[in-house]
Design a protein around this ligand. Structure first.
Ligand SMILES: [Zn+2]
Length: 661
C-alpha cells in the first residue's frame, strides 16, 4: 500500500483552504464556531445529547451492525435491509466524528458505540480492501456488476467522508486506514485503463475530491473526475420504471446538462461532486453546466421551503412547476444535498443567492425533517396534509423513529454536527471575512492584514438585529462582508452608531472596508415584518393562494391552533386586512419557543355543500349565501409542524379574493 501523508488537518467537512478555484474559502471549526446559545446551537446540542445515541440504537435494531458482523464472520443469520445499509452506519459515524470536536468531546456511551461501529467495519473489510456487507454476504459473485442499483460506490463514498471527519475532527485515523484500503479495489476496477463505469447513485465523487484534499494524492481527484467524465452516456442502462437514464442523470453528459432531472438526491449529490471537481480543476464548462442546472432548479423546480424533488415516483424532480403540495416528496436528504451543492457554488462564485438558498433550506425543508424531541424524522416533507396517513407511506403525518430506508436520519445528524462550517468564509487572498449565516458565533481568522476576531450576537431568526463586534484587529485595513438576505425589504446597516449607506456590492453583500479598531461594532437590522409570498402562475397546487413568511422562516397553518369547528383546510386569508397588519407574537412555551404570525381569516362553510363533491353553478340556491365566519388566523413556522396532535396543515393559504402580482 502506498504511504499516505495526510495534510495538516483542521476541523472542517469541506477543506477549500488550498482549492485553487475557490473564490472564497471555508473556515474550520477552530476559526468559526457557534456559541453555545441560540437557535442552531440548541439543536446541535440536542443532536449530540439525544439524536446520536438514538441513532446507534436504531442501527442496532435495524440490523446494520448485524450485517457487518455477518460480513466479518462473527454472526449467523440473514442479511437485513436494503443494499446500502452500511452507509447509514458511516453517515452516523461521520456525525459522531463532528461531535468529537465539541466542548467536552464524546460521552462514554457514544465513544463506546463509535468504537463498536469502527471495529465492525475493520473486521468486515476483506484482505483486498473491499468492504460492502451486502455484496460480501448476499452476492459476492455480483461485486461491481450492478452499478445502477448496487450502491457499492455510494457506500464507499460515505465511508470516505466518515473517515475524513474522524481524521479532521477527532484526530483519529482508524477509519481513514480502512477508507484508503477501500479505495484500492475501486481504483483497480475504475481507474486509468479500466472499463468505463459510473455509480448509479452519485456520492463517491465529492468524497474522493475531499480525500484528495486530505491526502494530496492526485489519483483520488482523477478518479472523481473519471466518474464525472463518463456520466451521461447511458452506461447505467435504461430505468423503465422511473423514466429512463434521466433517473440516474445518465441521459446527458455532465458538461451539456441544462436541466436538473431524475432522482433528486442522486442529481444533487452529483452536482455537489461536480462542483467540487471544478473547485480543484477550474474547468469552466463544469461550472457553466452547474449554473445552468441551478437556474433550472431554483427557477422552476424548487419548493418554497427549499424542498427538492416533487415526485414520489422515482423520488424525482418533476416537470417545471410540477410542485404538488400534499403529494410533495421533498426528501430530507435532497434538502441536505441542495445545501451541500449551494455551499460549493457559493465558494466558487461569491454570490449571495447561494447562501440565501442555504438559509431557506436549513430553516424550512431541512429542519422539518427532525422532530423537536430529536428522536423522530420525516423522510417526506409535504406542504399540505389532511392529517391522515398517506397512501404512499414513509410517515407523512407523523415523524418516525427510523425507516426501512433510513438515509435521512443520519444525514440530518451529520449536517447538524458540521453546521459551524456554513457560517462564514474568507477571501482566497485573505482580504476580508464574509458572514453568510447569522447566529451567535465567534469568528477568528488570520487575514493578509493580520489576526482578526469577531463576535456575532443575535436572536436570529426571531429578531432581525445582528450585532458584530470586532474583538481583535490588525493595524492594516480589511473588509467585512455581510449577506443581505433577499427577503429583507428594508435593511439598515450601522457602524459604531452611524448609518452606513451604499455599501451593497453587486453580489448581495454589504461591504465595509476600513482599518478596524477593537471594540468597533457593526449592527445589521434586517426587516422581519411578516410578508405574503405569491406562487408562480403555473404552480397549479398553489393557485389562488399565498404563503406567509417571516425572515428566513416559511409559515404554515396547523390544526392544533384552531377550534374543532374550524378546519385549517377551510381557512382563507382575509386580504381586506392590509398586509402590514400581519403581526408576530413571541410564544415562549409553544413548540420550544416560536414567533407566531397572526392575521384575519375567513372560514369557508363547507356544510353548505351537503356532502356533494361538485355543485352546478347553473343551479344557484335561493337567497344569498351565508357570510363567511371570521376566525383569527394563526401561523407557526413550518419546521415545527407535526410536533403536536396530528392534524391538517397547509403552507399555501387560499385568499378571500384574487391577488394581483
Ligand atoms: Zn433520505
Amino acid at each position: 500500500m502506498q504511504v499516505t501523508t495526510v495534510q495538516a488537518t483542521a476541523s472542517l467537512p469541506v477543506d477549500t483552504r488550498r482549492s485553487p478555484y475557490a473564490h472564497w474559502r471555508g473556515l474550520s471549526r477552530e476559526q468559526a464556531r457557534l456559541e453555545p446559545t441560540g437557535f442552531w446551537a440548541t439543536r446541535q446540542q440536542r443532536n449530540r445529547q439525544v439524536t446520536l445515541g438514538h441513532g446507534f440504537r436504531m442501527l442496532d435494531e435495524a440490523g446494520n451492525l448485524h450485517n457487518l458482523r455477518l460480513a466479518a464472520g462473527t454472526a449467523q443469520g440473514d442479511y437485513r435491509g436494503p443494499v446500502f445499509m452500511d452507509s447509514d452506519v458511516t453517515k452516523w459515524l461521520e456525525a459522531v466524528g463532528y461531535a468529537a470536536a465539541a466542548p467536552g468531546g464524546l460521552d462514554a456511551s457514544l465513544r463506546q458505540a463509535a468504537d463498536t461501529a469502527i471495529g465492525l467495519l475493520a473486521a468486515a473489510q476483506q484482505p483486498d480492501g473491499y468492504l460492502d456487507s451486502y455484496y460480501q454476504v448476499v452476492a459476492p459473485e455480483r461485486r461491481w456488476a450492478e452499478l445502477n442499483t448496487g450502491h457499492e460506490l455510494y457506500c464507499a463514498g460515505h465511508l470516505i467522508q466518515a473517515a475524513i471527519a474522524w481524521q479532521r475532527y477527532a484526530h483519529d485515523d482508524r477509519l481513514l486506514q480502512i477508507a484508503l484500503r477501500v479505495v484500492e479495489p475501486i481504483n483497480s476496477r475504475f481507474g486509468p485503463g479500466q472499463p468505463a463505469g459510473v455509480p448509479g447513485h452519485p456520492e463517491i465523487e465529492m468524497a474522493l475530491v475531499e480525500l484528495y484534499r486530505l491526502t494530496g494524492r492526485r489519483e483520488h481527484l482523477e478518479l472523481a473526475q473519471r466518474f464525472v467524465d463518463q456520466r451521461g452516456y447511458g452506461l447505467l442502462g435504461p430505468n423503465p420504471r422511473f423514466g429512463g437514464a434521466a433517473y440516474y442523470q445518465d441521459r446527458v453528459p455532465v458538461r451539456e446538462a441544462s436541466e436538473i432531472e431524475g432522482h433528486a438526491v442522486r442529481a444533487l449529490y452529483l452536482t455537489t461532486g461536480v462542483t467540487d471537481v471544478y473547485l480543484e480543476t477550474g474547468e469552466g464548462a463544469l461550472l457553466e453546466a452547474m449554473l445552468r442546472q441551478w437556474a433550472d432548479f431554483t427557477g422552476r423546480k424548487l419548493y418554497l421551503t427549499g424542498g427538492a424533488g416533487s415526485r414520489h415516483s422515482g423520488e424525482a424532480f418533476g416537470h417545471p412547476y410540477e410542485l404538488p403540495t400534499e403529494r410533495a416528496y421533498c426528501e430530507t436528504c435532497a434538502a441536505i444535498a441542495s445545501i451541500m451543492w449551494s455551499w460549493r457554488l457559493l465558494l466558487a462564485t461569491g454570490e449571495a443567492r447561494f447562501a440565501d438558498l442555504i438559509e431557506r433550506t436549513l430553516y424550512n425543508g431541512f429542519l422539518s425533517g427532525l422532530a423537536l424531541d430529536g428522536q423522530r424524522f420525516f423522510y417526506v416533507n409535504p406542504l399540505l396534509s389532511h392529517g391522515r396517513p398517506e397512501v404512499v407511506g414513509r410517515g407523512v403525518v407523523e415523524r418516525q423513529p427510523w425507516f426501512l430506508v433510513a438515509c435521512c436520519p443520519p444525514n440530518v445528524m451529520r449536517l447538524l454536527g458540521s453546521l459551524d462550517h456554513y457560517l462564514a468564509t474568507i477571501d482566497a487572498d485573505g482580504r476580508g471575512i464574509q458572514v453568510h449565516q447569522y447566529a451567535p458565533s465567534v469568528i477568528a481568522v488570520d487575514l493578509a492584514a493580520g489576526a482578526v476576531e469577531l463576535r456575532v450576537a443575535t436572536d436570529y431568526p426571531w429578531q432581525g438585529r445582528v450585532e458584530i463586534t470586532v474583538d481583535r484587529a490588525p493595524s492594516g485595513p480589511w473588509s467585512l462582508q455581510l449577506r443581505r438576505p433577499r427577503w429583507s425589504v428594508s435593511t439598515r446597516l450601522q457602524l459604531n452608531g452611524a448609518d452606513v449607506h451604499s455599501a451593497l456590492d453587486g453580489h448581495g453583500y454589504f461591504v465595509v472596508e476600513r482599518t478596524w479598531q477593537p471594540g468597533d461594532r457593526v449592527v445589521l437590522e434586517l426587516d422581519l415584518h411578516p410578508r405574503m409570498t405569491a406562487p408562480h402562475p403555473r404552480l397549479e397546487a398553489a393557485r389562488g393562494c399565498v404563503a406567509i413568511e417571516r425572515g428566513p422562516l416559511v409559515y404554515c397553518l396547523e390544526q392544533p391552533d384552531y377550534p374543532d369547528d374550524a378546519d385549517v383546510l377551510d381557512v382563507a386569508l382575509d386580504l381586506d386586512l392590509p398586509p402590514e397588519r400581519l403581526s408576530a407574537t413571541w410564544q415562549p412555551d409553544l413548540l420550544d419557543g416560536v414567533m407566531t404570525v397572526h392575521a384575519r381569516g375567513r372560514l369557508t362553510d363547507t356544510a353548505a355543500w351537503d356532502g356533494a363533491t361538485f355543485r352546478s353553478l347553473q343551479k344557484r340556491r335561493p337567497g344569498s349565501p351565508p357570510a363567511p365566519r371570521t376566525v383569527p388566523l394563526v401561523a407557526i413556522p413550518y419546521y415545527a409542524w407535526a410536533n403536536r396532535t396530528p392534524g391538517p396543515m397547509r403552507v399555501w393559504i387560499p385568499t378571500t379574493r384574487p391577488i394581483g402580482v
